[in-house]
Design a protein around this ligand. Structure first.
Ligand code: DP6
Length: 448
């Protein structure tokens, strides 16, 4: 296989080398104990930068991917291997300015084995779901090559890869870290191989909810009916620009690891919960209503369905035997607060949803953010000198009327909420053009 990076047949991201390519610098690197000469080339409009030394070549890509929060929940699989769900689901992609995974993948014939580092620590690359993603991307690249698809590049499929990934939010705290992580991995590997097009089917096999992080805006994961899972894919319903006033507040209740992971939890629910079977009958109609509400920007319907679906998911968890309890006392107080706030105004201004953890995700329109955040601060006063309470998009300080406080009537709990992230709907995975942002150094190992 021709790997010649200069001239010749080298193509990357579908762009032949002779149509781009600027040498941006020479670097000296130390590898294997001896000083060797590296040349780094940043190619115009292309994802790959690579270092070359005496015939060894490295291909490197860095991408980011978003978190998504479901408003119609996925819970339960009909096929554990292929990760095929028992119902369709729908989510909102959050903006990467606040929450994202970043992944660098590098390939080189010098690499002895595939390796992965997650949040600064080397992890076992033999994890079956990681292996599936690697295998499926390589399989797709091979298929596109055989069929003569000009989009794939000439990177050898025998090269081993080094993968380095970080999240800028607490891992496994019910903030869909595996969704952003697998979406980012699949997107970055695809870019490395010059693959475009539908990739959610592969991301789904890393973590079910990851398929929805492959798109921005409002995204449905259609459960599909085929046994091979080829129709169980994500689809964008509306882009991130569709409902510009929508905001998302993440109330971080606990940044600790969740007691039971989603994968194990849903397995037990499938085996033991009669309510989960009933849910499969309810969800198709709910999906239609939700899609319609999003298209019409009808917050009343969107908010009510979101809360009902979250409650039904947690009811299913409680119906599981032994029961799974993700919500804690603070989560339940937040639920109460939202209902009292809404009933004061006689309309749905705020909607909560909870995944497999106690943190609340609040959907709200921009015009109500300042007041609602003030209400949250009033009932969950932050720790003095604690960490910054408000993160993300700016929030203005306003006063809360006595009338509103007397309708809510709740005791306040100091430091029940650690911090709030204010964010909005955002785009899908992004390719990072700046080679300085690679997480792997020119030796192919994580930068310190
Ligand atoms: C509660 O996608 O993490 O967040 O497919 O086993 O990796 P696996 O599960 P995962 O489950 C997410 C469940 C949820 C609801 C949702 O995001 O739809």
């Amino acid at each position: 296989m021709d790997l010649s990076p200069i001239g010749g047949s080298f193509t990357c991201c579908g762009v032949p080398a002779n149509q781009r390519g600027v040498v941006v610098g020479h670097m000296r690197g130390v590898r294997g104990g001896r000083r060797r000469r590296w040349r780094q080339r940043q190619v115009n409009g292309c994802c790959c930068s690579w270092a070359m030394d005496e015939g060894s070549r490295m291909w490197m890509v860095t991408c980011t991917a978003p978190v998504n929060i479901a408003v119609i929940k996925y819970w339960g699989k009909r096929d554990e291997e292929l990760i095929l769900p028992i119902n369709s689901s729908l989510s909102v992609t959050l903006h990467q300015d606040q929450l994202k995974s970043t992944t660098t993948v590098a390939a080189s014939r010098d690499f002895k084995e595939d390796r992965i580092w997650l949040n600064g620590k080397e992890e076992n690359i033999n994890h079956p779901r990681l292996q599936t993603c690697l295998r499926e991307i390589r399989r797709l690249a091979r298929k596109r090559r055989t069929s003569g698809d000009g989009n794939s590049n000439t990177l050898s499929l025998h090269h081993k890869v080094h993968i380095c990934s970080v999240n800028n939010f607490p891992t496994a705290a019910g903030l869909a870290s595996s969704a952003a992580g697998y979406a980012c991995l699949v997107y970055a590997l695809a870019k490395l191989h010059g693959l475009e097009g539908e990739l959610s089917e592969i991301a789904r096999q890393g973590s079910g909810s990851a398929c929805r992080s492959m798109y921005g805006g409002f995204v449905q994961w259609m459960m599909g009916v085929k046994e091979d899972g080829s129709d169980s894919i994500a689809q964008q319903i509306e882009p991130e620009t569709h409902w510009s006033e929508l905001r998302v507040l993440i109330l971080v209740v606990s940044a600790e690891q969740k007691p039971i992971g989603s994968t194990a939890g849903m397995q037990t629910s499938v085996k033991t919960s009669p309510l989960l079977k009933y849910r499969t009958e309810i969800v198709p109609e709910r999906m239609k209503e939700m899609i319609d509400a999003i298209k019409r920007q009808d917050f009343e319907t969107f908010g009510q369905l979101t809360m009902k679906d979250s409650n039904q998911f947690h009811a299913t968890c409680l119906d599981t035997f032994p029961p799974i309890i993700y919500l804690n006392d603070i989560s339940k107080r937040i639920i109460n607060l939202v209902h009292r706030y809404n009933s004061h105004f006689g309309e749905t201004r705020v909607a909560y949803t909870f995944d497999a953890g106690p943190n609340a995700v609040i959907y709200i329109r921009e015009q109500h953010v300042d007041e609602f955040v003030e209400v949250v601060k009033h009932y969950f006063p932050p720790e003095e000198n604690g960490e910054q309470f408000l993160k993300g998009l700016p929030v203005n300080s306003v006063s809360v009327s006595e009338h509103l406080k007397s309708s809510i009537q709740m005791d306040s709990i100091k430091s029940g909420i650690q911090y709030i992230i204010n964010t909005q709907v955002g785009p899908g995975p992004q390719l990072i053009q700046d080679a300085n942002l690679h997480l792997l150094g020119e030796n192919g190992f994580p930068k310190q």
